[in-house]
Design a protein around this ligand. Structure first.
Ligand code: SF4
Length: 254
């Protein structure tokens, strides 16, 4: 059954502030709601807002196995500052082993389809598995971040689950203001020139004035810079991805 509220309530929620939306969601879904975050600036604003409402809020992160050391330090900081447990969602070991045996550990540098395969095995499939136990999840997506996010709504129905984006209408300036006012901890890699933070081998610092996501998969010229979680890859890559993924799932079953 869809978790989406009735249309009038939906409109009200769409007009609500980030605090109001989180307050409603935490009261409505309790432990069947989780914040899914990689502890970037927006995710930290969400964690800070939610922890002020409920110390029992669930925080989930995808531990791809290729995260930078600084992200693990950040997780310790979040645990200490907010007293929340951080649930680390790991990929399926057999799937990772089959992928690495077939394509090597750094397959993502060779072609877009292999990069998408790695993101599927290490991020998308683990996220899908963890979402099965939830009725709603919260992200830090903002419309202003890039074109693919321009139409993000605050409340979305994704396969019968409620996906909440409380910062959808926030500007980068509002995020910075909030972080300053509330002394929200920041991921250590921002100080090293990173503006978007993901897995260690696929993320690097950018020059001042560059697009925030220019440091992600920088060796790819035209491929869409998303992981398939919020934005589907182009048709050709996806078809090849399906073939590659099926090979891995067959190897796992063998
Ligand atoms: Fe693999 Fe890179 Fe995607 Fe991480 S960001 S899952 S290392 S391709």
């Amino acid at each position: 059954m869809s978790a989406l509220p009735q249309s009038r309530q939906l409109e009200r929620l769409e007009q609500s502030s980030a605090e109001e939306l989180l307050e409603w969601a935490l009261a409505h879904f309790g432990g069947s709601l989780a914040i899914v975050t990689a502890f970037q600036a927006e995710g930290m604003v969400i964690v800070d807002l939610a922890a002020r409402i409920s110390p029992h809020v669930r925080v989930l992160t995808l531990d791809t196995g290729r995260l930078p050391e600084e992200t693990y330090r950040m997780i310790e900081t979040v645990r200490e500052r907010y007293g929340v447990g951080v649930e680390m969602v790991a990929p399926d070991t057999a799937e990772v082993e089959a992928m690495v045996a077939r394509h090597g550990p750094n397959l993502f540098y060779r072609e877009v389809a292999l990069r998408n395969l790695c993101c599927q095995i290490r991020k998308v499939r683990p996220l899908e598995r963890s979402l099965r136990g939830l009725r709603a999840w919260v992200t830090g997506l903002r419309r202003e971040q890039n074109e693919s996010r321009a139409d993000v709504r605050k409340v979305e129905d994704v396969d019968g689950k409620l996906k909440l984006n409380p910062l959808a209408d926030w500007t980068a300036g509002q995020v910075s203001d909030y972080i300053r006012r509330h002394n929200v901890p920041m991921h250590p890699l921002y100080a090293a020139g990173y503006r978007s933070i993901g897995c260690a081998p696929c993320t690097r610092a950018v020059n001042p004035g560059d697009d925030a996501r220019a440091g992600r998969w920088w060796w790819e010229q035209d491929a869409a810079k998303e992981c398939g979680i919020h934005f589907a890859p182009d048709g050709k890559a996806e078809r090849k991805l399906d073939v590659l993924l099926n090979e891995i799932l067959e190897a796992k079953r063998a």
